[in-house]
Design a protein around this ligand. Structure first.
Ligand SMILES: Nc1nc2c(ncn2[C@@H]2O[C@H](COP(=O)(O)OP(=O)(O)OP(=O)(O)O)[C@@H](O)[C@H]2O)c(=O)[nH]1
Ligand SMILES: [Mg+2]
Length: 486
């Protein structure tokens, strides 16, 4: 079904020595498909307008047969045209056509977008008519897959398109947008190019192995590997933040019974979500709610108050769950009643949280019942405690700010490259480990041919991220997770 006009094999050393099996090594290519695909590009359901998109060789031919009032092939690319779509005598709808002639289109092929009325019935009639004329319903992500295969986007950028569509917070949108514009790819392809240069020189040495020459300057290469390791480590580390941006920050509110955890949850959400009472042990099960603060999604978890010795079985189960939530949390908000808590209690708690290697915030509640300055003085040894009154909504904004700071740690500039994609993360970890092997190889004076093998492994995984090296199954899998019409 696919016919490719130019495919260049791209590898280092003889093709039969390629170490990673049946991969497509892509350098520069242009695909053209026999079939023309169609899908609804806007959300299904009733709306003001809906957009249908066609891509492929026959786009113009298919729409032309339904749109008799103008000769579409004679029109200039990137223009719009109003008229009726007809099937035989029947008028399907009055529509606006946007014409994009390849290669200057999203997919690189001839593309037509049909803006029609937003009735699912009309949209289906138009899709059926196009299918009758020879179009095929697109698979999920197929438009973007074609864009990728035509070199319009690299794989990391294409995946960012999916992230962008799925993003539901400001922070998620920013990272996806940055990746889509190629921020991530730029870092990696820069690295890859430098590695390729060295790799080529080392491969060249192999051809002259009898003569004992060194073309590749080992000291320079060593420097390159060092800086590559630093870049990769930063990217790998950014995944934790990336993950959090995509999926939300798990924030567990932990503390003794009656500390005011449920009251705090309600104050943060600004609604009466959890039951509050003066009876210790009110919350038995955990309650989860999401909250967007400054574009970051927090998954707030209210837990059962933790006390060491409880005779109530249900409460004991609740406590067990709280401890579990504590272990799973990205951030722990440790809430305590300033009137009931001693300095020693706080010391014990911080030792425990430090031991669990948890990020935590210490929050002293019920500050309304005492003179705040006295309390501040009492806990002065422990920096960074936030004093609030959950009940009176006092300093809740300070707590929110601190939560955001804690996630970002001042790191997220608009242009910061953050890895949000698990596939990239796993490939980057492989890159990191092969860089260590290369460095060790240089340290121990490993022969060129073995060094070359490690370098190839590293290049392979770098290329996997941007899609310079992919296999077809993997591509199908990646694009199948897109929505239809994209
Ligand atoms: N004065 C004052 N009372 C508060 C404050 N926050 C909570 N309370 C009261 O403290 C009591 C316990 O509050 P909850 O929110 O149910 O406490 P909890 O930590 O969820 O308790 P458990 O679910 O039993 O672990 C209630 O009577 C609240 O009204 C506060 O800031 N000031
Ligand atoms: Mg509670």
């Amino acid at each position: 079904m696919i016919e490719h006009s130019q495919v260049y094999a791209f590898s280092f050393g003889p093709l039969d020595q390629r170490p990673f099996g049946p991969f497509l090594y892509l350098a520069s290519m242009h695909y053209s498909w026999d079939d023309t695909i169609i899908a609804l590009a806007t959300a299904p359901g009733v709306s003001a307008i809906g957009v249908l998109r066609l891509s492929g060789k026959e786009s113009f031919g298919i729409v032309q047969r339904l749109f008799p009032s103008k000769n579409l092939m004679e029109q200039v690319s990137h223009t719009i045209h109003v008229g009726f779509l007809r099937k035989g005598e029947e008028r399907l709808d009055e529509v606006v056509l946007s014409l994009f002639k390849g290669p200057n289109s999203y997919t690189g092929e001839d593309v037509i977008e049909i803006s029609c009325h937003g009735s699912p019935f009309i949209q289906q009639r138009i899709i059926d008519a196009c299918v009758d004329e020879g179009a095929r319903i697109a698979k999920p992500g197929e438009f973007t897959q074609r864009a990728f295969l035509n070199g319009k986007l690299d794989l990391a950028q294409a995946e960012a398109v999916a992230d962008l569509i799925a993003s539901n917070t400001e922070a998620a949108r920013n990272t996806a947008m940055h990746a889509m514009r190629g921020g991530f790819s730029k870092v990696l392809s820069g690295l890859r190019e430098q590695m390729i240069t060295f790799s080529a020189l080392i491969e060249l040495e192999l051809d002259f192995s009898q003569e004992d020459v060194e073309f590749a300057d080992r000291t320079k290469f060593y420097e390159l590997i060092r800086s590559a390791e630093a870049v990769t480590a930063k990217l790998v580390e950014s995944f934790r933040l990336g993950n959090v941006i995509r999926n939300g920050v798990r924030t567990a509110i932990i503390g003794a019974p009656n500390a005011g955890k449920s009251t705090l949850l309600n104050a943060l959400l600004n609604e009466n979500r959890a039951i509050v009472s003066e009876i210790a042990g009110t919350t038995r099960d955990t309650i989860e709610e999401v909250l967007n603060i400054d574009g970051i999604l927090f998954r707030l978890i209210d837990t059962a108050g933790i006390r060491e010795h409880t005779t109530d079985i249900i409460e004991a189960i609740g406590v067990e769950r709280s401890l579990e939530k504590l272990r799973e949390a990205d951030i722990v908000v440790y809430l305590f009643d300033v009137n009931e808590t001693s300095v020693d209690d706080i010391r014990n708690i911080t030792t425990r949280l430090d031991r669990e290697e948890k990020k935590y915030l210490l929050v002293g509640n019920k500050a309304d019942l005492v003179d705040e300055s006295i309390v501040r003085e009492r806990f002065a040894y422990q920096a960074g405690i936030i004093f609030i009154s959950a009940k009176n909504q006092l300093h809740i904004d300070v707590l929110k700010e601190r939560l955001v700071d804690m996630v970002l740690e001042g790191r997220i500039g608009q242009d910061e490259t953050i890895v949000t994609n698990a596939r990239h993360y796993h490939a980057l970890r492989q890159v990191a480990s092969s860089l260590i092997d290369i460095r060790n190889g240089l340290d121990t004076g490993l022969p060129g041919d073995l060094l070359a093998l490690d370098i190839r492994r590293c290049l392979h995984y770098l290329g996997e991220i941007t899609g310079e090296i992919t296999n077809e199954d993997q591509l199908d899998y990646i694009f199948s997770k897109f929505c239809i019409g994209k």
